[in-house]
Design a protein around this ligand. Structure first.
Ligand code: HEM
Length: 421
């Protein structure tokens, strides 16, 4: 095995080191330019950083997701999910997943989600600072799952607690004790989803979850594996994406104005550009089943590989001015949703939902500002996220602010936002 590793120059901090996690981009930039298929001696992982090579890692069948994802902490009692299987078995699990997250399942949710977003904005606290992560991102994510899973408002707090605890499983490098907690949280989440599904089916509730649960191509355990993956793989990345996006957006007042004026298509382009620059899932794991020659170097069979999506997303071979925010960037072949057979099944839903929230937010609060100075990034590697992002809302645009006496009524569509605060 060729493991003679190139070292990062002294002035750059390793992207996994505590200080490097705050801003991994300089190290990734150097790796992409100087050693795009890099053996990292500390983690014994291969870091692949160019766009072309990451796309190959995601698409080429010699890179096994089944073996790559198995390294993550997970509940061993769960059946394999679509993310932990390779084709052809992967296809068997993914096809029914469309009942939960495919375009036909998601399109009818649009009007309800728009109402949820308006209710969320109406309910923003006026008596304390607003936080982009806690008050916007998490609530948006929970509203999405409420629509997909038919969660009643009274369940929001419990669901969020389970989703947050189980999300620890996303980060392959958490210390063993936290990984063990994440595993047991994933188990608790599965039991919760099991009971919830039984209740919904008994009550004849028609939501995407019950369409999936009624499909006989999957065993009950496989169906629960998909629900579990959807929560662990999606709730926190979606929640964190909103903070990451506002952190990029707010300092650029021209971009804020552009987003405020954006129609639906322009807003979706903007969402893709924000995802490109700060991907909440910065890398994903695979294992080679054979020796593979990439443009940037050779991988032996059995190599544990990270496709560093966030590095690929700033590759100057593909993106002009890759570190700049250009909300109208098109085409934008970023890898923030992955690529190939495991491409994020919820990408249309994420685009649709974020494109509802972000323009409405900046239209309603034209003077919206984030904190001055460096943002506080969390130490967690996956998802990449801010610890907090306090916002100054400023006055609401007069024609978009709820009239004071109407505000409580307007909150009715989703009273759960009140309860889960
Ligand atoms: C901003 C939010 C999100 C981002 C950045 C994101 C990103 C990703 C990425 C990078 C992958 C590919 C992983 C790999 O190849 O190893 C993926 C897969 C997946 N995502 Fe998302 N995701 C997001 C939200 C969601 C949501 C909200 C859901 C569900 C409601 C979801 C469901 C899934 C599923 C089921 C897969 C596995 C697909 C497969 O293996 O075939 N994601 N996502």
């Amino acid at each position: 095995m060729t493991t003679a590793s190139v070292r990062l120059p002294e002035h750059l901090i390793h992207p996994f080191a505590p200080a490097g996690r705050a801003d991994p981009h300089p190290a990734y930039r150097w790796l992409r330019a100087n050693d795009p298929v890099h053996f990292d001696a500390a983690s014994r992982l291969w870091l692949v950083t160019s766009h072309a090579d990451c796309a190959t890692v995601l698409r080429d069948p010699r890179f096994s997701a089944a073996q790559g994802q198995r390294e993550r902490a997970r509940d061993d009692e769960l059946p394999p999910s679509m993310l932990t299987t390779d084709p052809p078995d992967h296809h068997r699990l993914r096809a029914p997943g469309a009942l939960l997250l495919g375009p036909a399942a998601v399109r009818p949710l649009g009007a309800g989600l728009a109402a949820d977003v308006d209710a969320l904005l109406d309910a923003l606290p006026v008596d304390r600072p607003v936080d982009a992560v806690a008050d916007l991102g998490r609530r948006l994510a929970t509203a999405v799952y409420a629509r997909l899973f038919g969660l009643p408002a009274a369940e929001f707090t419990r669901f969020e607690a389970l989703a947050r605890a189980a999300s620890v499983n996303l980060d392959p490098m958490v210390p063993p004790a936290r990984a063990a907690l994440g595993r047991s949280a994933a188990g608790a989440l599965t039991h919760y989803l099991d009971r919830h599904t039984t209740r919904l089916l008994a009550d004849g509730v028609a939501v995407p979850l019950t369409a999936l649960a009624a499909d006989d191509r999957l065993s009950r355990a496989e169906m629960l594996g998909i629900l579990n993956l959807a929560v662990i793989g999606g709730w926190q990345p979606l929640a964190e994406f909103i903070g990451n996006a506002l952190h990029l957006l707010l300092p650029d007042r021209a971009a804020v104005a552009r987003l405020a004026a954006a129609d639906e298509d322009a807003a979706r382009l903007a969402v893709d550009e924000l995802l490109r620059l700060e991907a909440p899932i910065p890398f994903t794991a695979r294992v080679t089943t054979d020796r593979v020659e990439l443009n940037g170097g050779v991988l032996p069979a059995g190599a544990r590989v990270l496709a560093v999506l966030t590095a690929a997303n700033r590759d100057p071979e593909v993106f002009a001015d890759p570190d700049d925010l250009r909300l109208d960037r098109s085409p934008n072949p970023h890898l923030g949703f992955g690529g190939g057979p495991h491409f994020c099944l919820a990408a249309p839903l994420v685009r649709q939902t974020a494109a509802l929230l972000l323009p409405r937010l900046v239209r309603r609060f034209p003077a919206l500002r984030g904190p001055a100075g460096a943002p506080a990034w969390d130490q967690c590697l996956v998802p990449r996220r801010l610890r907090a992002f306090p916002l100054e809302l400023g006055p609401a645009a007069p024609d978009l602010a709820p009239a004071p006496d109407l505000a409580p009524a307007l909150r009715c569509p989703h009273p759960g936002f009140e309860e889960s605060r």
